[in-house]
Design a protein around this ligand. Structure first.
Ligand SMILES: *Cc1c(COP(=O)(O)O)cnc(C)c1O
Length: 363
């Protein structure tokens, strides 16, 4: 079976994890310090703070920028964590529809008129950056904060500027993400005051040992986790190149196939292809059949995401979620399928995926 994702682990990873085990320092220590240093260098932000998950990063970032009851504007076509984090931070969530690239549409955002809005959360879905110039321009004119959900987009750039450096950056290091620690997250910011506060909040509100400055919590990452990510960051540009190469081979091999649309890559973006996501648009085969036929030929697929967040009862009926008309997001949710694109794939795997997809759609 060709899997949809595969974690990057080699003897450097084993050596570093063993080093942590032998050091006796299992919680935060030099590995986490190093992980933060690498992230702040990579994103070009003054601060990078390691936290326990991408969801924790989002919850902290939204919690620091939106007073309870403020409206947070985001896309309905995202992983549920984006919405859960905003609701837990006390915000009311309002959706604007997506564009052809699956990301929050800046023109829709421009036409939104809501005085309660305080924060916008663009999600760089599948590793493709949102149009950050347009979004930041709207946010600046209206005095909104920008919290980037960059969970899927470590290393992605918009016009050569790294995602996570336009607003407060929130990254996930979950097991299937492009850079992983199993579970983990990173917050990036240039704001020293915010960084200081976040560091306190995630560590029980302590400024120094047993000096509590505020009500805090525990959202810390450990050295055992941080060690797993370091070799992936050593090799990040090669890993991104491999994803992009695989994506371009898939796009070329599948171009012009009736009933299938390959993903759009904006010329302004460095798309890091967390997922290579096509749309099944024809009448001849349903998405479910398409996925089943690929599975029978040994190719795993993923549907990210089968419904827009708004269409689950627990969100539709939630007092902190506003109803919305989002036809383009709903259409995407019906059509999308992701094909394997990860860096462990070789050219022969890509060729096999292309030939099986062509055969399945021809039938
Ligand atoms: C994975 C993901 C998150 C949440 O990250 P966790 O580390 O799993 O908490 C948030 N948003 C998006 C778009 C994601 O893909």
């Amino acid at each position: 079976m060709i899997p949809i994702s595969q974690p990057f682990i080699d003897d450097r990873t084993e050596k570093l994890v063993l080093e942590v085990l032998r050091s006796g320092q299992l919680a935060r220590g030099i590995m986490t310090d190093e992980l933060e240093r690498r992230f702040s260098e990579l994103i070009g932000s003054n601060h990078a703070i390691a936290v326990s998950s991408g969801t924790a990063a989002l919850e902290l970032a939204v919690g620091k920028t939106a007073v309870p009851g403020a409206v947070v504007v985001t896309t309905p076509f995202t992983f549920v964590a984006t919405i859960n984090a905003a609701i837990h931070a006390g915000a009311t969530v309002r959706f604007v529809d997506i564009g052809a690239d699956f990301n929050l549409d800046a023109a829709e955002l421009e036409s939104l008129d809501d005085d309660r809005a305080k924060v916008v959360v663009p999600v760089h879905l599948y590793g493709q950056p949102c149009d950050m110039f347009a979004i930041c321009d709207i946010a600046r004119r209206r005095g909104w904060a920008v919290v980037e959900d960059a969970a899927q987009a470590v290393g992605a750039r918009w016009d050569n500027k790294p995602v996570g450096s336009f607003g407060i950056g929130c990254f996930s290091l979950y097991a299937t993400k492009n850079v992983t620690t199993g579970e983990g997250g990173i917050i990036t910011t240039d704001d020293s005051g915010l960084a200081h506060e976040v560091r306190m909040i995630i560590n029980q509100g302590m400024e120094s040992r047993y000096e509590y400055k505020m009500v805090g919590t525990n959202r810390r990452l450990t050295d055992l986790q941080a060690a797993v990510a370091l070799p992936q960051l050593d090799d990040l540009s090669e890993l991104i190149d491999a994803r992009r190469r695989n994506a371009h081979l898939l796009a070329d091999g599948l171009s012009g196939l009736p009933g299938l649309e390959t993903p759009i890559e904006s010329p302004k973006s460095l798309h890091v292809y967390h997922q290579f996501t096509v749309r099944i648009t024809g009448e001849s085969i349903s998405r479910e059949e398409f996925c089943q036929k690929l599975a029978r030929q040994g190719i795993a697929t993923g549907v990210y995401y089968p419904r827009v967040v708004l269409d689950y009862d627990c969100f539709r009926d939630h007092p902190f979620v506003e109803p919305a008309q989002v036809p383009r997001a709903r259409a995407a949710a019906r059509q999308v399928v992701s094909l394997p694109v990860h860096p462990a794939l070789e050219t022969r795997h890509i060729e096999r995926i292309v030939s099986v997809v062509r055969e399945v759609l021809d039938a």
